[in-house]
Write a protein that binds this ligand. Structure first.
Ligand code: PGA
Length: 250
């Protein structure tokens, strides 16, 4: 059975007081224990929030990024080892905002994935096509290329640790959501590509999350798709009731 996961990407939102308040609200609300709730706050909150959720087996913490090098003279940067030592178990890698605003390409993302894995962090690896690619009917090709370029160098044992997040760029923060048909089509395609490269056992066991304007209203329909194992949630993760409603949508 694949793990059901909802991950909340807070992006650059919430100061420490607001962040702790949100986490305390999340803890207080009821949600299914078999759904893993991952919180991805800004770096500076990770140690504090990790302490808060330490005793909750259905909650965990992720960073939103990490540096590709293990340590060194990179003023202002944060290493995977630092993140891990603060209590996080996951790290989002390859988010489209990092690709767009910080010029992150597959060669760099490959290094980040390697460094994360070497430091006991599970990458939540984001990929997805832009609107142009979707309109030109090149979305499958685009996603296949991203998968291949950034991840297919991994050994089966390494690859099996990943979480994949399909996030069509045109749906992120736009209010436009992929239809359940579009989401299922792409998730099924990604799983089939993984099957070709790593075999059935690994492809069946990898959690593939959907991200892009997923909210309490549309989560049920998206999560009902056979290859959709949960969501990577941006805007709707900033309110406890909304995030927990999404966790209750399986
Ligand atoms: P959104 O963001 O839910 O606000 O569209 C998703 C994401 O960027 O991971």
């Amino acid at each position: 059975m694949r793990r059901k996961i909802v991950a909340g990407n807070w992006k650059m939102n919430k100061n420490i007081h607001q962040g702790l308040e949100l986490v305390n609200e999340l803890i207080a609300l009821d949600s299914p224990a078999d759904v893993l709730k991952i919180i991805a706050p800004p770096f500076v909150h990770i140690a504090h929030i990790s302490q808060l959720v330490k005793s909750k087996s259905d909650m965990a913490v992720a960073a939103q990024n990490c540096h590709q090098e293990t340590s060194g003279a990179y003023t202002g940067e944060i290493s995977a080892e630092m993140i891990s030592s603060c209590g996080a178990q996951y790290v989002i890698i390859g988010h489209s905002e990092r690709r767009l605003y910080f010029g992150e390409n597959s060669a760099l993302l490959t290094q980040k994935v390697n460094t994360a894995l070497a430091n006991s962090l599970t990458p939540i690896f984001c990929l997805g096509e832009n609107m142009e690619e979707r309109n030109a009917n090149k979305h499958l090709e685009a996603v296949k290329q991203q998968l291949k370029d950034a991840l297919f160098h991994l050994t089966p044992a390494e690859f099996s640790k990943l979480i994949i997040a399909y996030e069509p760029v045109w749906a992120i923060g736009t209010g436009l959501t992929a239809t359940s048909h579009q989401a299922q089509g792409m998730h099924n395609f990604i799983r089939a590509e993984i099957n070709k490269k790593y075999g059935k056992d690994i492809s069946e066991q990898i959690s593939i999350l959907y991200g892009g304007s997923c909210n309490a209203q549309n989560a049920k329909e998206l999560f009902a798709c056979i290859d959709v194992d949960g969501g990577l949630i941006g805007g709707a993760s900033l309110k406890a009731a909304d995030f927990i409603a999404i966790a209750n949508s399986f």
